[in-house]
Design a protein around this ligand. Sequence first.
Ligand code: HAM
Length: 430
Amino acid sequence: MAAMKIQSVRGMNDIGIEDSPLWRYIESHAKKVFDAYGFVELRTPVLESTALFKRGVGEATDIVEKEMYTFEDRNGESLSLRPEGTAATVRAVLENSWLRANPVLKLFYIAPMFRHERPQKGRYRQFYQLGVEMFGPAGARADIEVLALQYLLFNNLGLQDVELRLSSVGCETCRPEYKKMLVEILTPQKDHLCEDCQRRLETNPMRILDCKVEGCKKIAKNLPAMVDHLCEICEPHFNEVRDGLVALEIPFKVDPSIVRGLDYYNRTAFEFVCTSEKLGAQATISGGGRYDKLVEDLGGPATPAVGFAAGIERLTILLEEVKDKLKTYVDICFINADEAGKVKTLQLCQMLRSRGIRAEMDLDNKSFKAQMKRANKLEARYVMILGQSEIDNNVAILKNMETGEQEDILLTQIEQELKDRFPKSVNFKL
Ligand code: HAM
């Protein structure tokens, strides 16, 4: 009986040979942009103490309440697979005391996150985020920098139909007043709210603003907006962010329904959303904002912070048509008709590869015909034929596969000839 095949875990995907070039394209663009803005890479463990996310993300959030992969390890300690990167970043920053020497600390990550959500297009249980976290500056320029970075990245990637939706969720001065007002208005209409929102009325009334249930949406439309009830610190901050975006010609829409699903935000909150149908129900490409209290809440010194994270799977769905442009080619494929020339081929391949040239050779004693077939399949730009008859004539044959032209290269000068003819790979643009 054949052994039963073991399948991958639901909602967790392999990033296979068809997809990895696009992932590389996205990640290399992201790293270039992160470099230009001075963000340094941080890699944290996938497992953290459950308490970090309870305290960092918030006990009453969907993520902590329903979506975390939590288990006890062999010592009975409660651990969770990280559902997001911000709390883990703050933990690492404090544990390593990086704030002391870096009054402005800029970090980026590209890493897998885990949430036990219902899988669908654009929503998975293991997914990757690329994101940044900036610690130190309280001013609006930091928010503008984080927004401008995303705008540049999405432009560089060639994304279309992307819209920035911007809001402010206030601070501990103006938000309680605003929440009170919401509760006063909503309590008499409580029965018309969905079950979740009835609960939210007590735990987090602002989440009612982004409820997707039609009845709640209708009610939310007529509610006062937080951005119209900001305090004397939050309001000018919000205005400065908007002015900065205008100065940089970054289009945006003020959208008071952006309240975010994590508890740590204050002032600026935003999402970049895809306005075409391509992402279906999961239209949010990235989200983030300011979280000035989180460092303190996790036991550190009062430190303002701002950041964002984008879902890489969602970016790949939007960039499907870029895949064709990412094809790579073999620069040169060596063909050996017989044993003679194999050692020379081995040496030439190594020399070319050490210079970044993509060179291939026969690894399996295949026939001349089979080797030519493979060179064609690999779309080799050139083939070099090197066998006994070529050695007897002190030449190797170099064939341009595009034009069909052939020339003889003197074996005594072959290293230099190859160096001159292949100064860089055809794949160099990547
Ligand atoms: P978030 O809005 O929960 O924010 O996630 C950010 C992005 O991750 C989303 O816009 C989406 O593209 C992607 N994403 C989230 N859940 C899934 C999923 N189940 N499957 C696929 N993609 C998903 C945060 O995580 C915050 N830590 C962002 C942040 C950084 N705020 C400040 N700094």
